[in-house]
Design a protein around this ligand. Structure first.
Ligand SMILES: Cc1cc2nc3c(=O)[nH]c(=O)nc-3n(C[C@H](O)[C@H](O)[C@H](O)COP(=O)(O)O)c2cc1C
Length: 182
């Protein structure tokens, strides 16, 4: 897929040095938009975008109720933006090995977050309730979830050219490239 080649090229430069941070927008039960940053943990061969999130978090509840979502990635060095619209699913029990692999590839500090008190609830605990490191040999808690967005539509915006270049690909048209006005 052309868009996946483009995304891997543009993201590869940053992925080498530091985490690839994306914004994921969901809708809540009142149909209001909600957005937040997540680290992209894996890009599948099918272009699926994987991230880890706590089962107790608002985003997981929103995605369980309505799994439509959009992920946006801004790559400042390349001056390129990618937008992925699609549906988000959780790794099922049959894919437990993949879930564990992502757990083990995360940093000690990132793993520790999953042992903190429930996200978004009132802060009542003292600092001791928030561990700083958890090693890779520790099993993930059941609330550690790996979610992945399967794109149905991808947009790519390049700011380096004049005029800017905006392209769209949709799965329902066989991922045929469309050139759009930026
Ligand atoms: C740079 C950065 C990376 C983050 N990565 C993640 C992540 O990978 N997974 C995650 O659940 N939250 C991540 N967060 C925290 C979320 O942005 C958000 O605050 C948290 O998940 C709660 O969101 P929710 O209430 O909408 O579920 C990250 C925040 C920042 C600033």
């Amino acid at each position: 897929m052309e868009w996946l080649t483009e995304f891997r090229r543009a993201a590869g430069d940053v992925a080498a040095g530091r985490p690839l941070v994306a914004t994921i927008a969901t809708v809540d039960t009142a149909c209001s938009p909600r957005a937040r940053s997540v680290v992209v943990r894996h890009i599948g061969v099918d272009g699926s975008i994987w991230f880890a999130s706590d089962a107790r978090s608002a985003k997981n509840a929103q995605l369980a109720a309505d799994n439509d979502a959009e992920i946006v990635v801004w790559l400042p060095e390349a001056r390129e933006q990618f937008r992925f619209f699609g549906t988000v699913d959780r790794l099922g029990p049959a894919m437990g090995g993949k879930r564990l692999k992502i757990w083990q590839q995360m940093s000690d500090a990132s793993r520790a977050l999953f042992f903190w008190p429930a996200p978004g609830t009132p802060r009542t605990q003292d600092d001791a309730a928030f561990p700083t490191t958890v090693d890779a040999a520790t099993a993930p808690p059941v609330t550690f979830e790996v979610l992945f967005l399967e794109p149905a539509q991808v947009e790519h915006l390049r700011l380096l050219t004049h005029p800017h270049q905006r392209r769209r690909w949709r799965s329902d048209t066989g991922w045929e490239r469309e050139e759009l006005n930026p």
